[in-house]
Design a protein around this ligand. Structure first.
Ligand code: NAP
Ligand code: F7E
Length: 345
């Protein structure tokens, strides 16, 4: 007798829409979500050269069937396209990682930074609000908020610490933070702020201080440069490892209630310590001989000291950082030494 086949209901995979997919965090979050079975849609900007190096390994030919990694052109300055993408993709989760993210540069282009890093968030939230109202579908929202918003508030900083931003970037992020809270309170959106402290990796942009130093050390070891030129060596930051931080973003959107969370290691180190450790990892003595100070890298107003108090994330999300500062620096320096073929095991 033939057994009757039971029909198995098809499991629908979740859909995520990411801005900033070509950035450090966008690349790690895409990998993380794809592993979880998501269909990932990323927004990329048109550029005159390829700007997808960090996600090229995830690329799928547009002619393939059942693709789960799909790229769309768009820009946070362009409300029409942002809205169109939300309606077209119909995401379960939206991660807003796109930004003019460089603090020093934000002093040079403050208006652009406000438009993208600040008002860009409002454009997405408006699109999600309308989408939910018109379709009745829920699209959860993650905002990439930053410890830069704390500015001159003394450390350690947690979810209750007041914001005293010191840069156009910090101010734009504070606008986005409050807009996210407002759309949650006023319209009931499932919207969360992840207030992330500095997180780094081999994929970090070359002009952020950790990568600049790791790469600079390798170039000196390879005989290509004589010095690294830096600004303020006394600033202290709470530096963690980026791949661990993207899991925290996802965890926030899996909770019952939308809330805001501080994510960091709870330890701070100075730029000077970072320099010492990086040179020592490459077995280069007398690091002072290889460092020049160039005032162009000073900021008109500096954030002196950031240390996260990530207790809420530990208790509510079960999230804890694993990679310690010295491991992070060693990992980044080793990657650069390998890139320049001067790594000695
Ligand atoms: P990142 O490497 O600088 O990446 C920024 C991303 O934003 C890139 O994909 C970039 O595209 C995109 N972008 C820039 N301008 C845009 C525009 N006008 N429209 C659409 N996209 C635009 O930054 P990240 O380190 O991955 O950080 C991710 C997010 O977290 C950012 O919002 C950042 O401000 C925030 N954050 C970062 C840290 C950290 O320590 N990394 C800490 C707290 C918060 P292109 O590749 O085309 O330039
Ligand atoms: O600077 C000092 C500089 O540019 C760190 C972004 O991801 O994290 C990042 O912002 C510190 C500052 O990161 C140089 O003055 C000294 O005190 O690596 P940075 P940042 O400004 O902390 C926050 C959390 C974000 O949200 C941002 O998107 O290092 N410093 N000399 C230098 N910094 C740079 N870039 N270059 C130097 O030569």
């Amino acid at each position: 007798m033939q057994q009757e086949k039971k029909s198995v209901p098809e499991l629908k995979h979740k859909i995520a829409l990411l801005t900033g997919v070509t950035g450090q965090d966008g690349s790690y979050l895409s990998e993380f979500l794809l592993k979880k079975g998501y269909e990932v849609h990323g927004v990329i900007r048109r550029a005159s050269v390829f700007n997808t190096a960090r996600i090229d390994h995830l690329f799928q030919d547009p002619h393939e069937e059942n693709k789960r990694f799909i790229l769309h052109y768009g820009d946070l300055a362009d409300a029409n396209t942002v809205r169109k993408l939300v309606y077209q993709v119909q995401p379960d989760e939206v991660y807003n990682l796109g930004a003019q993210s460089h603090v020093r540069v934000s002093f040079d282009i403050p208006e652009y930074t406000a438009n993208i890093t600040g008002v860009g968030t409002l454009r997405i939230l408006e699109a999600i609000k309308d989408f939910q109202e018109h379709t009745g579908k829920l699209a959860k929202f993650y905002q990439a908020s930053s410890s830069e918003m704390f500015g001159s508030s003394p450390p350690p900083q947690n979810e209750l610490t007041s914001f005293r931003p010191r840069s156009p970037y910090g101010i734009a992020k504070a606008f986005s933070y409050y807009t996210t809270v407002n759309y949650r309170e006023a319209y009931g959106l499932f919207a969360c702020n992840g207030i992330l402290f500095n997180h780094e990796s081999e994929r970090r942009g070359e002009t952020f201080v950790t990568r600049k130093i790791a790469r600079g050390v390798a170039r000196i070891k390879a005989g290509l440069d004589k010095k690294i030129y830096l600004g303020n060596l006394d600033a202290r930051r709470d530096w963690g490892y980026a791949p661990e931080y993207v899991e925290a973003m996802w965890l926030m959107l899996q909770q019952r209630e939308p809330e805001d969370y501080v994510i960091g290691t709870g330890e701070s180190h100075s730029v000077r310590e970072l320099v010492e450790l990086a040179f020592s990892r490459a077995s280069i003595r007398a690091w002072q001989d290889y460092i020049g100070i160039d005032p162009r890298y000073y900021r008109p107003a500096e954030v002196e000291h950031l240390i996260a108090d990530p207790s809420k994330a530990r208790v509510k999300l079960g999230w804890t950082p694993k990679t310690k500062f010295h491991e992070l620096v060693e990992r980044m320096v080793d990657a650069s030494l390998k890139e320049y073929n001067v790594y000695e095991a």
